[in-house]
Design a protein. Structure first.
Length: 287
Protein backbone atom coordinates (compact mmCIF):
# COMPACT_ATOMS: atom_id res chain seq x y z
CA UNK A 1 0.00 0.00 0.00
CA UNK A 2 1.51 3.30 -1.05
CA UNK A 3 1.16 6.58 0.79
CA UNK A 4 -0.57 9.64 -0.62
CA UNK A 5 1.62 11.90 -2.75
CA UNK A 6 2.74 15.11 -1.00
CA UNK A 7 0.51 18.10 -1.51
CA UNK A 8 1.68 20.86 -3.81
CA UNK A 9 3.57 23.78 -2.32
CA UNK A 10 1.87 27.19 -2.39
CA UNK A 11 4.45 29.82 -3.18
CA UNK A 12 4.29 33.59 -3.10
CA UNK A 13 6.34 35.72 -5.45
CA UNK A 14 6.79 39.44 -4.82
CA UNK A 15 8.37 41.55 -7.55
CA UNK A 16 9.42 45.19 -7.68
CA UNK A 17 11.21 46.74 -10.66
CA UNK A 18 11.18 49.64 -13.12
CA UNK A 19 8.00 49.37 -15.17
CA UNK A 20 8.32 48.23 -18.78
CA UNK A 21 6.55 46.02 -21.27
CA UNK A 22 6.81 42.27 -20.97
CA UNK A 23 7.06 41.80 -17.20
CA UNK A 24 3.81 39.90 -16.73
CA UNK A 25 4.49 37.70 -19.75
CA UNK A 26 8.02 36.92 -18.55
CA UNK A 27 6.88 35.99 -15.04
CA UNK A 28 3.94 33.92 -16.25
CA UNK A 29 6.02 32.11 -18.87
CA UNK A 30 8.72 31.30 -16.32
CA UNK A 31 6.23 29.93 -13.79
CA UNK A 32 4.50 27.83 -16.42
CA UNK A 33 7.80 26.42 -17.69
CA UNK A 34 8.74 25.60 -14.09
CA UNK A 35 5.61 23.51 -13.60
CA UNK A 36 3.82 26.09 -11.48
CA UNK A 37 0.15 26.97 -11.73
CA UNK A 38 -0.76 30.61 -11.05
CA UNK A 39 -3.54 30.91 -8.46
CA UNK A 40 -3.72 34.70 -8.20
CA UNK A 41 -1.85 37.69 -9.59
CA UNK A 42 -2.07 41.29 -8.39
CA UNK A 43 -0.12 44.15 -9.89
CA UNK A 44 0.30 47.90 -9.68
CA UNK A 45 2.35 50.49 -11.55
CA UNK A 46 2.96 53.88 -9.95
CA UNK A 47 2.68 55.76 -13.25
CA UNK A 48 1.37 55.21 -16.78
CA UNK A 49 4.98 55.13 -17.96
CA UNK A 50 8.35 55.37 -16.28
CA UNK A 51 7.07 54.31 -12.88
CA UNK A 52 7.76 51.41 -10.57
CA UNK A 53 6.02 48.07 -11.06
CA UNK A 54 4.83 45.85 -8.21
CA UNK A 55 3.46 42.32 -8.48
CA UNK A 56 2.27 39.66 -6.03
CA UNK A 57 1.66 36.19 -7.42
CA UNK A 58 0.49 33.06 -5.63
CA UNK A 59 1.15 29.77 -7.35
CA UNK A 60 1.21 26.04 -6.72
CA UNK A 61 4.02 23.74 -7.75
CA UNK A 62 5.23 20.23 -6.94
CA UNK A 63 6.51 19.77 -3.40
CA UNK A 64 10.25 20.21 -2.94
CA UNK A 65 10.92 22.41 -5.95
CA UNK A 66 10.52 25.91 -4.47
CA UNK A 67 14.22 26.48 -3.78
CA UNK A 68 15.14 25.57 -7.36
CA UNK A 69 12.45 27.89 -8.67
CA UNK A 70 13.74 30.75 -6.51
CA UNK A 71 17.30 30.37 -7.77
CA UNK A 72 16.23 30.02 -11.39
CA UNK A 73 13.94 33.06 -11.23
CA UNK A 74 16.83 35.22 -10.08
CA UNK A 75 19.01 34.30 -13.03
CA UNK A 76 16.38 33.77 -15.72
CA UNK A 77 13.98 36.67 -15.09
CA UNK A 78 14.92 39.05 -12.29
CA UNK A 79 18.36 39.94 -13.59
CA UNK A 80 17.09 41.04 -16.99
CA UNK A 81 14.39 43.29 -15.56
CA UNK A 82 16.39 44.72 -12.65
CA UNK A 83 13.95 43.15 -10.19
CA UNK A 84 13.96 43.01 -6.45
CA UNK A 85 12.04 39.87 -5.57
CA UNK A 86 11.22 37.36 -2.88
CA UNK A 87 9.80 33.84 -3.04
CA UNK A 88 8.23 32.41 0.12
CA UNK A 89 6.43 29.23 1.12
CA UNK A 90 2.89 30.10 2.21
CA UNK A 91 2.80 27.09 4.52
CA UNK A 92 5.65 28.38 6.71
CA UNK A 93 4.28 30.77 9.39
CA UNK A 94 6.19 33.97 9.98
CA UNK A 95 8.04 34.08 13.29
CA UNK A 96 7.05 37.20 15.20
CA UNK A 97 8.13 38.89 18.41
CA UNK A 98 5.82 41.24 20.30
CA UNK A 99 6.91 44.24 22.36
CA UNK A 100 4.49 45.72 24.88
CA UNK A 101 4.39 47.93 27.97
CA UNK A 102 1.40 47.88 30.36
CA UNK A 103 -1.63 48.22 28.04
CA UNK A 104 -2.82 44.75 27.10
CA UNK A 105 -5.62 44.89 24.55
CA UNK A 106 -3.53 44.73 21.36
CA UNK A 107 -1.20 42.08 22.78
CA UNK A 108 -4.00 39.81 23.96
CA UNK A 109 -5.90 40.23 20.70
CA UNK A 110 -2.87 39.07 18.69
CA UNK A 111 -2.30 36.09 21.00
CA UNK A 112 -5.98 35.15 20.90
CA UNK A 113 -6.18 35.37 17.11
CA UNK A 114 -3.02 33.27 16.82
CA UNK A 115 -4.39 30.66 19.20
CA UNK A 116 -7.66 30.54 17.24
CA UNK A 117 -5.84 30.15 13.93
CA UNK A 118 -7.02 33.52 12.63
CA UNK A 119 -3.40 34.67 12.37
CA UNK A 120 -1.10 32.10 10.81
CA UNK A 121 2.02 33.16 12.71
CA UNK A 122 4.33 31.75 15.36
CA UNK A 123 4.70 34.11 18.32
CA UNK A 124 8.22 33.45 19.60
CA UNK A 125 8.47 35.86 22.52
CA UNK A 126 6.77 38.78 24.26
CA UNK A 127 9.23 41.41 25.47
CA UNK A 128 8.06 44.07 27.90
CA UNK A 129 9.63 46.94 29.79
CA UNK A 130 7.22 46.19 32.67
CA UNK A 131 6.39 42.87 34.38
CA UNK A 132 2.64 43.55 34.69
CA UNK A 133 1.37 41.43 31.77
CA UNK A 134 3.29 38.23 32.49
CA UNK A 135 0.25 36.50 34.11
CA UNK A 136 -1.95 37.39 31.11
CA UNK A 137 0.56 35.91 28.63
CA UNK A 138 1.28 32.70 30.56
CA UNK A 139 -1.89 30.80 29.46
CA UNK A 140 -0.86 31.20 25.81
CA UNK A 141 2.41 29.32 26.36
CA UNK A 142 4.53 32.15 24.92
CA UNK A 143 7.75 33.17 26.70
CA UNK A 144 7.40 36.53 28.48
CA UNK A 145 10.63 38.40 29.19
CA UNK A 146 10.80 41.55 31.30
CA UNK A 147 13.54 43.93 30.19
CA UNK A 148 13.46 47.14 32.27
CA UNK A 149 14.22 50.31 30.31
CA UNK A 150 15.38 53.55 31.89
CA UNK A 151 17.17 56.51 30.30
CA UNK A 152 20.37 55.33 31.98
CA UNK A 153 20.07 51.69 30.84
CA UNK A 154 18.42 52.12 27.43
CA UNK A 155 21.41 50.98 25.38
CA UNK A 156 21.95 47.86 27.52
CA UNK A 157 18.21 47.13 27.48
CA UNK A 158 18.04 47.40 23.70
CA UNK A 159 21.01 45.07 23.36
CA UNK A 160 19.11 42.49 25.43
CA UNK A 161 15.93 43.07 23.40
CA UNK A 162 17.89 42.50 20.19
CA UNK A 163 19.14 39.17 21.56
CA UNK A 164 15.60 38.07 22.42
CA UNK A 165 14.25 39.09 19.00
CA UNK A 166 17.07 37.59 16.96
CA UNK A 167 15.79 35.48 14.08
CA UNK A 168 12.21 36.71 14.00
CA UNK A 169 10.63 37.75 10.71
CA UNK A 170 8.59 40.59 12.20
CA UNK A 171 8.41 42.61 15.42
CA UNK A 172 5.04 44.00 16.49
CA UNK A 173 4.90 46.96 18.86
CA UNK A 174 1.57 46.26 20.57
CA UNK A 175 1.39 49.53 22.51
CA UNK A 176 5.07 49.53 23.44
CA UNK A 177 5.42 52.96 25.00
CA UNK A 178 9.11 53.52 24.35
CA UNK A 179 10.84 55.12 21.39
CA UNK A 180 12.71 52.48 19.39
CA UNK A 181 16.17 53.68 18.44
CA UNK A 182 17.84 53.25 15.10
CA UNK A 183 20.37 51.05 16.84
CA UNK A 184 17.68 48.54 17.86
CA UNK A 185 16.07 48.69 14.40
CA UNK A 186 19.40 47.83 12.81
CA UNK A 187 20.27 45.14 15.35
CA UNK A 188 16.97 43.29 14.98
CA UNK A 189 17.17 43.48 11.17
CA UNK A 190 13.47 42.65 10.76
CA UNK A 191 10.53 44.91 9.92
CA UNK A 192 8.67 46.44 12.85
CA UNK A 193 4.98 47.35 12.85
CA UNK A 194 3.60 49.85 15.36
CA UNK A 195 -0.01 50.63 16.26
CA UNK A 196 -0.54 54.30 16.85
CA UNK A 197 -3.56 55.18 18.95
CA UNK A 198 -4.77 57.99 16.73
CA UNK A 199 -5.51 58.65 13.09
CA UNK A 200 -2.13 59.84 11.82
CA UNK A 201 -1.00 62.46 11.04
CA UNK A 202 -3.37 64.05 13.60
CA UNK A 203 -2.67 63.93 17.34
CA UNK A 204 0.75 62.37 17.28
CA UNK A 205 2.57 61.87 20.57
CA UNK A 206 1.09 61.46 24.03
CA UNK A 207 -2.55 61.53 25.29
CA UNK A 208 -4.14 61.63 21.82
CA UNK A 209 -7.68 60.84 23.02
CA UNK A 210 -7.65 63.67 25.55
CA UNK A 211 -6.38 66.02 22.87
CA UNK A 212 -9.00 64.70 20.46
CA UNK A 213 -11.76 65.35 23.01
CA UNK A 214 -10.49 68.88 23.57
CA UNK A 215 -10.66 69.50 19.82
CA UNK A 216 -14.19 68.10 19.55
CA UNK A 217 -13.34 65.49 16.93
CA UNK A 218 -16.10 63.59 15.15
CA UNK A 219 -14.02 60.49 14.44
CA UNK A 220 -11.29 58.62 16.28
CA UNK A 221 -9.13 55.99 14.74
CA UNK A 222 -5.90 54.06 14.65
CA UNK A 223 -2.94 53.68 12.32
CA UNK A 224 -0.62 50.71 11.86
CA UNK A 225 2.67 51.62 10.23
CA UNK A 226 6.20 50.39 9.79
CA UNK A 227 8.69 51.73 12.31
CA UNK A 228 11.46 54.02 11.16
CA UNK A 229 13.90 56.24 13.01
CA UNK A 230 11.48 59.14 12.49
CA UNK A 231 8.85 58.84 15.23
CA UNK A 232 5.37 57.96 13.89
CA UNK A 233 6.45 58.75 10.32
CA UNK A 234 6.88 55.25 8.88
CA UNK A 235 4.94 53.92 5.87
CA UNK A 236 1.27 53.33 6.73
CA UNK A 237 -0.13 49.83 6.26
CA UNK A 238 -3.67 50.02 7.64
CA UNK A 239 -6.04 52.60 9.15
CA UNK A 240 -9.61 52.77 10.36
CA UNK A 241 -11.95 55.15 12.17
CA UNK A 242 -15.16 55.17 14.19
CA UNK A 243 -17.60 58.06 14.54
CA UNK A 244 -17.97 59.83 17.88
CA UNK A 245 -19.84 62.90 19.12
CA UNK A 246 -19.99 65.50 21.86
CA UNK A 247 -21.61 63.07 24.31
CA UNK A 248 -18.55 60.81 24.37
CA UNK A 249 -16.13 61.36 27.24
CA UNK A 250 -12.37 60.92 27.02
CA UNK A 251 -12.88 57.45 28.56
CA UNK A 252 -15.42 56.64 25.84
CA UNK A 253 -13.00 57.75 23.14
CA UNK A 254 -10.26 55.62 24.68
CA UNK A 255 -12.54 52.55 24.80
CA UNK A 256 -13.80 53.00 21.25
CA UNK A 257 -10.29 53.71 20.04
CA UNK A 258 -9.01 50.50 21.62
CA UNK A 259 -11.50 48.50 19.54
CA UNK A 260 -10.19 50.12 16.38
CA UNK A 261 -6.57 49.63 17.43
CA UNK A 262 -7.07 45.89 17.85
CA UNK A 263 -8.61 45.36 14.44
CA UNK A 264 -6.24 47.68 12.59
CA UNK A 265 -3.15 46.06 14.09
CA UNK A 266 -4.33 42.50 13.41
CA UNK A 267 -5.18 43.39 9.79
CA UNK A 268 -1.76 44.97 9.30
CA UNK A 269 0.05 41.99 10.80
CA UNK A 270 -1.98 39.57 8.69
CA UNK A 271 -1.30 41.54 5.50
CA UNK A 272 2.43 41.63 6.19
CA UNK A 273 2.62 37.95 7.11
CA UNK A 274 0.68 36.96 3.99
CA UNK A 275 3.26 38.88 1.92
CA UNK A 276 0.68 41.42 0.78
CA UNK A 277 2.60 44.60 1.67
CA UNK A 278 5.31 46.15 -0.46
CA UNK A 279 7.04 49.37 0.50
CA UNK A 280 7.43 52.23 -1.97
CA UNK A 281 9.44 54.96 -0.30
CA UNK A 282 7.32 56.34 2.53
CA UNK A 283 4.15 54.65 1.34
CA UNK A 284 2.98 51.08 0.82
CA UNK A 285 1.30 48.95 -1.81
CA UNK A 286 -1.09 46.56 -0.04
CA UNK A 287 -2.52 43.83 -2.25
Amino acid sequence: MTGSPPEDTIGRLLVRCPDRQGIVAAVASFLSASGANILSLDQHATARSGGTYFQRTEFSLPHGTLDRLRAAFGSDVARGFGMEFSVTDAAVPKRIGIMVSRIDHCLLDLLWRTQRGELDVSVEVVVSNHPDLAPAVEPFGVPFVHVPVTPETKSEAEARQAELLAGVDLVVLARYMQIVSGTLLGAVAAPMINIHHSFLPAFVGAVPYRRAKERGVKIVGATAHYVTEDLDEGPIIEQDVIRVNHRHSTADLTRLGADVERSVLSRAVRAHCEDRVMRDGNTTIVF
